[in-house]
Design a protein around this ligand. Structure first.
Ligand SMILES: Cc1ncc(COP(=O)(O)O)c(C=O)c1O
Length: 401
């Protein structure tokens, strides 16, 4: 059994905001003490660059940075050389799409879905425009799910890339990725998985999934903002055209040409996100100490409990009652989501309203925007109660006019 009161002691924000009901972890999670301490340790006792200096401090920093890479690799069952530190999931996904600019040809097809976050779809949309490749959408089920049958209906010999989300950030649906990967590979297509919402909640094994690339961000898993990860199979990363050119990624430079180092260095031009990587590693350490399974069981229980309560409130539309991730997408009939979110803030309940950087999902649902409540390890049943009570109060307030 998880002791949430004890867990909350690890998240210093609760000392400053003891009455806060934070239900926006799908946007960004709260930050955990070991992460803050580790970043503080880097800036107060080290603070120098990696891979460059011949002095002790530089050596120690490099060791810490490369240990962070090894920890990230271990967390998703990858090899260290398969981990590229980026600015976030967005820059990881852009890096991959950009690298295929000179590979894709007119007539090639990129399979994606309407469930994508803009970070997963826009880089490919722009590359498709530049190359003449075609963006193909997996038909979703009535409730908005990606299915293997839907995927099969668009997969063809022309498919070169499958750029897809592992878990939808709006609807919390889990993509049946194992089968999709094996079908894609039969056609020799590469799979780029957006793991921004799955890695903070599910045990990910990139070898078992056999995905070619995976992207995720530190800030959604108790880690710092400004750091993310691009995982790629080593032989693919070694061929990937760098997105940026600069220091430490170079093998040889002449006046007219240059060659690049092997991955991951060839894809980390300039000074990398040192404090971010070290902080992310501390976040992973924390998650491993609590256990992803334990986190999952706890958030699943809160999710179920809240859904049951919310379902009993008249005039609420819940778009994803069967979501696998702890996310509730909903609307209050007759009231704009932003009004509800603003009112919830009066009760110190933080949820997100809008299109959640996934406008195609709103279009699919036939609404301009939705509300989203998302849970993580520090949430309590009291949070769930307060959330539902606040929704009822906000609804009554707006519908009383
Ligand atoms: C599914 C999904 N993909 C990608 C991203 C982009 O992540 P970031 O803004 O950290 O780069 C997000 C962030 O909300 C997301 O939820």
């Amino acid at each position: 059994m998880i002791n949430v009161e004890k867990i909350r002691e690890d998240f210093p924000i609760y000392q400053k905001q003891p009455n806060m009901t934070y239900l926006d972890s799908a946007a960004s999670s709260l930050k955990v003490k070991p992460v803050i301490e580790q970043i503080n340790h880097y800036y107060t006792t080290l603070g120098v660059n990696v891979h460059r200096g011949a002095y002790d401090l530089a050596y120690e920093t490099t060791v810490l940075f490369e240990e962070a890479r090894a920890n990230v690799a271990h967390f998703i069952h990858a090899e260290s050389e398969e981990i590229v530190f980026t600015r976030g999931a967005t820059s990881a996904l852009n890096m991959i799409a950009n690298a295929y600019r000179d590979v894709l040809k007119p007539g090639d097809e990129i399979i994606t879905s309407e469930l994508e976050h803009h970070s997963s779809i826009l880089p490919w949309m722009m590359i498709a425009k530049k190359t003449g490749a075609k963006l193909i959408y997996i038909p979703l089920t009535e409730t908005g799910r990606i299915t293997v049958d839907g995927f099969k209906s668009v997969l063809s010999d022309k498919t070169k890339i499958v750029a897809i989300t592992h878990v939808s950030n709006v609807l919390g649906y889990l993509t049946p990725i194992e089968t999709i990967v094996s079908l894609a590979h039969e056609k020799k297509a590469l799979v780029v998985l957006d793991g921004a919402q799955s890695v903070p909640h599910l045990k990910i094994d990139v070898k078992a999934l056999d995905v070619d690339y995976l992207a995720f961000s530190g800030h959604k898993m108790f880690g710092p903002s400004g750091v993310g990860v691009l995982y790629g199979k080593k032989h693919l990363l070694d061929q990937l055209e760098p997105f940026e050119y600069g220091g430490e990624m170079v093998d040889q430079v002449t006046k007219t040409d240059a060659t690049w180092k092997e991955a991951p260095m060839r894809l980390e031009a300039g000074t990398p996100v040192i404090s971010g990587a070290i902080g992310l590693s501390a976040a992973i350490g924390y998650i491993e100490r609590i256990g992803l399974e334990v986190i999952h069981e706890h958030t699943k229980a809160l999710h179920k409990y809240t859904l049951e309560k919310l379902k009993n409130v008249e005039g609420i539309t819940i778009y994803n009652p069967t979501a696998e991730n702890p996310v509730i997408a909903f609307n209050v009939e007759g009231v704009h989501p932003h009004d509800i979110a603003t009112m919830l803030d009066q009760y110190q309940v933080s949820v997100r309203a809008g299109h959640h950087c996934a406008q195609l999902v709103s279009q699919f649902l036939g609404v301009s925007s939705t509300l989203r409540a998302s849970f993580h390890v520090y949430n309590t049943y009291q949070d769930c109660d307060r959330f539902v009570e606040s929704v009822i109060a906000a609804k009554s307030f707006f519908l009383s006019f």
